[in-house]
Ligand binder design. Structure first.
Ligand code: FRU
Length: 461
């Protein structure tokens, strides 16, 4: 959601109300996700001077609740020859880098510098002593250079067991994730490589590694890897591995590919640094490289998914990673009446006990998208071909269900829809191009019990 000061910019078609968008111009991956001193920092891949990919720089926004964002000046700008590609940010509270002091710890950004002629990528750092507003590029950059053409997207976090920094980074063309350690964020030592494994139909990008306790209290390690193309629904997709991390090597017994989302628009997602250990908040770019530059929005282009909390559910010897509603989301959905400009049901729960159904969302231009639950084959399918780009060959967004869901949660915003089969049976995150604020829906078969409420509030246009 956007602050009132910016409201004139936010009335365009497809401008979401609940999802993050930049005030102007292009965005792709979330970068430098960091919770620090009560604020969520969202940096992002950004073209400060156009709404197509290019001039890659780090844009910056902050929020105290993950839904109301304040837009700040560009944090780390590109140069004429180099793009600032994806990466992460840490609060160096012990001042291991020496860029600040323990009284005023530096924030350190670790990112890929991409030569615009496509010849080379290496890892650089920059620091901020004013909570992320202004950044100074380190004078002895790069800090990690293997002389590779493709080597990118460092996710750095503090390894509390070994008392050092850990970097997880992609070797995209080799379908490998490499792990490095450092005591000061400036010198990095190789620990190991992981991969290739599971889905390798495109380049591997934007990895993340973290531990989570599952529903039985067992600690599991998760490695997230974005893949483009070769995703489950075509183009960009996010796979993950469940296994073990021993401080040096990631290992897994996993044979099959595991997908985090069965929709077309959940890519390059990573988790926030700086939150409580048991709280892993995941945020992704809500688009797909197959058509990202063609999505017909103006002034701005690109949005983020709803921030979700990750959890591991283990049953009968198998584990899976799920995207849950976050505490922040639940809090927001329970606070009615800040304004009611949103003319559409933003959150719908459909009880599915033993019944198939189809639900159609349509606008006043004759465009529609259709969500169908097939109780016999236990599957959920989103067809957006009648509410999408005419020139695009539209892939099915199909979620196979291992058991009968109890309900389906649908969150529909201007320009996007997020669907979840509950309890935790999977998600479909997708853009759509239904226009106007008078979005309606109808159930086209079956007779499920249906309940809808307008739960979210948005600024007046
Ligand atoms: C993923 C990605 C990253 C890269 C960035 C460039 O969407 O391709 O690998 O750092 O986008 O904008």
């Amino acid at each position: 959601m956007q602050s009132a000061a910016n409201e004139s910019l936010f009335g365009e078609s497809f401008r979401p109300h609940l999802h993050f968008t930049p005030a102007r111009n292009w965005i792709n991956d979330p970068n430098g996700l960091l919770f620090y001193k009560g604020k969520y920092h969202l940096f992002y891949q950004h073209n400060p001077s156009g709404n197509l990919w290019g001039n890659m720089s780090w844009g910056h926004s902050v929020s105290t609740d993950l839904f109301h964002w304040e837009h700040l000046p560009v944090a780390i700008p590109c140069t004429d020859t180099e793009g600032i590609f994806s990466g992460s940010a840490v609060a160096d509270i012990n001042n291991t880098s020496g860029f600040g002091s323990t009284e005023n710890p530096p924030l350190v950004a670790i990112y890929t510098v991409h030569q615009n002629d496509g010849t080379h990528q290496a890892q650089h750092i920059a620091y901020s002593l004013d909570e992320g507003i202004t950044w100074t590029k380190y004078q002895n950059n790069p800090v990690l250079d293997l002389g590779m053409k493709d080597f990118r997207d460092p996710k750095v976090s503090w390894d509390a067991v070994n008392n050092r920094w850990l970097m997880v980074i992609a070797k995209p063309e080799e379908h490998k994730i490499a792990f490095f350690s450092s005591s000061n964020l400036k010198e990095w030592e190789l620990l190991s490589d992981f991969g290739p494994l599971a889905a390798t139909g495109g380049v591997w990008e934007c990895p993340d590694l973290f531990a989570l306790r599952d529903n039985n209290g067992e600690t599991q390690w998760i490695l997230i890897v974005s893949l483009n193309p070769g995703g489950i629904t075509g183009g960009s997709g996010t796979q993950y591995f469940i296994g073990n991390w021993d401080g040096k090597t990631f290992s897994t017994n996993q044979k099959e590919t595991l997908w985090l989302d069965h929709g077309r628009d959940n890519y390059a997602g990573v988790t926030f640094n700086g939150t409580h250990n048991d709280e892993r908040i995941f945020l992704a770019w809500m688009s797909n490289w197959e058509y990202a530059n063609d999505v017909p929005t103006h002034i701005w282009r690109g949005s983020m998914t709803i921030p979700r909390e990750l959890a591991i559910i283990s049953t009968g010897g198998t584990s899976k990673l799920v995207l849950k509603d976050s505490q922040q989301f639940k809090k927001l959905s329970r606070s009615p009446g800040i304004g009611n400009a949103l003319q559409l049901p933003s959150e719908i729960h459909i009880s599915t006990i033993l019944k198939s159904f189809a639900i159609k969302f349509f606008d006043d231009q004759g465009k529609y998208i259709e969500l169908a639950f097939d109780q016999v084959n236990n599957s959920l399918t989103l067809d957006r071909s009648h509410g999408w780009l005419a020139q695009s060959e539209e892939a099915q967004q199909h979620l196979p269900l291992l058991q009968q869901p109890e309900s389906i949660q649908v969150i529909i915003d201007h320009g996007s829809i997020e669907i979840s089969a509950e309890p935790h049976l999977g998600r479909v995150t997708s853009l759509h191009l239904l226009t106007g604020s008078q979005l309606q829906y109808e159930l086209t078969n079956g007779n499920p019990e249906i309940k809808h409420e307008t739960l979210f509030t948005t600024p007046q246009k």
